[in-house]
Design a protein around this ligand. Structure first.
Ligand code: EPZ
Length: 420
């Protein structure tokens, strides 16, 4: 078993480089199946979810070559199999993208019901609604989603909820559909735009990504191409918050500052010094920080994937902060673990009331999901003494070399192997 051990109380200082975006990578890798050619994907994050998805791609006949410069080559010319293997994808939420893309290119797909982080019901009804409206027949049998279509035909699809997954999945299925598919009330997250940009490089005709109406005009064939994944918004925000909680001075490089506006705005409201350049943000967190209220929202609102990290920061600010989670119904499970470190937080439904006077002290805790793990790392950086974090595999799903990156900023952090 692996653990991350942190001796808290060290001020973070220096520069850190952000990796490619996980949630873009896990959409763009399966999207490469749409191309009858070779795709080269650059700025790929080396994380568990990418590794798992690459294995699943190989299993269906894509030839994947991972280079040691964060580049993945995918040759989808000889896909042999439209059925994704349960073992390869069961832990990865984004495996549902295989459904849309295989269905779109080959008229059939079988994909296990998606796994991923568990924070309440994670329905896929909007994916199914969109694909069905385009002419697919979808059945769920023995834990597999089975989709078939003699032909997909473009239509207007209004999403009942703003869903990143449904937006991208419908977009993938629509590439080869006859006519025009219009997704209304579409998600606007940076990884939705990145996936659309990737598809357009290959010859797709996707317009409007980044707004709430996306129009996809079907084409005959996509060719290969080279594409560079955007920097990870959530990893960037995690290091910004880590800088703030330690009263540090950190420049986070290789980012798109525009994607960070909601986080910059909250940190500034807390009286953190934040400045930006073309591809960096600098966070200086000295002095007393004020508590703030935060409500998670689809992009461009404050991201749910930075909610747990913000809770950890609010434990160390002056006053009381109220966090409202509007995206996921049960994303406060990590709070019991934060309480082991001394956090003073009350949860009522989708609201958490966080007292900034928490005296955080090191303890043994367990990550309950990916961002929960990041929140524990942030709290441990601010806690007195040693914290040992278990279930590190969750953190590895989305953060590349987190202990090395934080260590280079002066954190006392190490990964240890112990017998279970
Ligand atoms: C993506 O998940 C991200 N994952 C999540 O990041 C992120 O939390 C989420 O978007 C919201 O931003 C990936 O991109 C791989 P949704 P996704 O469909 O696409 C409801 C992380 O930590 N909904 O946008 O699965 C759903 O219940 C992960 O990196 C339906 O009701 O999320 C939720 O309340 C965790 N029916 C809301 O929509 C549907 O068919 C948003 O979900 C689909 C979703």
């Amino acid at each position: 078993m692996e653990y991350i051990v942190i001796n808290g109380g060290k001020r973070l200082e220096g520069e850190v480089y952000v990796s490619g975006a996980k949630n873009a990578a896990v959409a763009i890798i399966p999207a490469a199946i749409a191309a009858n050619g070779v795709c080269v994907i650059e700025n790929l994050p080396y994380i568990e979810d990418v590794e798992g998805l690459t294995k699943a791609m190989t299993q269906i006949g894509a030839v994947c070559t991972l280079r040691d410069d964060h580049t993945l080559e995918i040759d989808s010319r000889n896909i042999t199999n439209c059925c994704a293997d349960y073992e390869s994808v069961r832990k990865i939420r984004a495996s549902y993208y295989l459904l849309g893309v295989l269905l779109g290119r080959f008229g059939q797909a079988e994909v296990p019901m998606p796994g991923g982080c568990n924070f309440g019901v994670r329905p896929i009804d909007q994916h199914i609604k969109g694909l069905t409206a385009m002419g697919a027949t979808i059945n769920i049998e023995h834990g597999m989603i089975k989709a078939r279509a003699d032909r997909l035909v473009g239509t207007n699809i209004f999403l009942d909820v703003v869903s990143v997954g449904a937006t991208i999945n419908i977009m993938l299925a629509a590439i080869y559909a006859e006519g025009v598919t219009v997704i209304e009330n579409a998600a606007k997250e940076p990884h939705v735009v990145d996936t659309a940009n990737f598809l357009n490089i290959l010859g797709a005709r996707v317009k409007g990504a980044g707004t709430d109406v996306i129009r996809i005009t079907g084409v005959q064939e996509l060719h290969g191409g080279t594409y560079t994944i955007i920097p990870d918004q959530i990893e960037s925000g995690t290091y910004m918050i880590a800088a703030a909680v330690t009263g540090g001075d950190v420049t986070i490089r290789n980012i798109i500052p525009k994607h960070m506006e909601s986080v910059i705005s909250k940190l500034s409201e807390m009286k953190c010094q934040v400045s930006t350049g073309s591809d960096y943000v600098r966070v200086q967190g000295g002095g007393d920080l004020r508590s703030v209220n935060v409500k998670t929202m689809p992009y461009p609102g404050y991201p749910t994937d930075l909610q747990p990290q913000m809770t950890a920061l609010l434990c160390k600010t002056k006053g009381t902060g109220i966090l409202t989670e509007t995206v996921w119904e049960n994303r406060f499970q990590y709070i019991n673990e934060l309480k082991r470190l001394g956090a003073n937080i009350k949860v009522d439904g989708r609201t958490a009331v966080v007292s900034g006077d928490s005296n955080l002290t090191g303890a043994q805790v367990n990550a309950t999901d990916l961002r929960a793990g990041a929140a524990l790392v942030i709290a441990a950086l601010a806690a007195k003494g040693e914290t040992t974090i278990g279930n590190v595999r969750y953190i590895d799903r989305g953060y590349e070399r987190i202990e090395q990156k934080l260590g280079s900023l002066g954190a006392d952090i190490r990964r240890v192997h112990r017998e279970a």
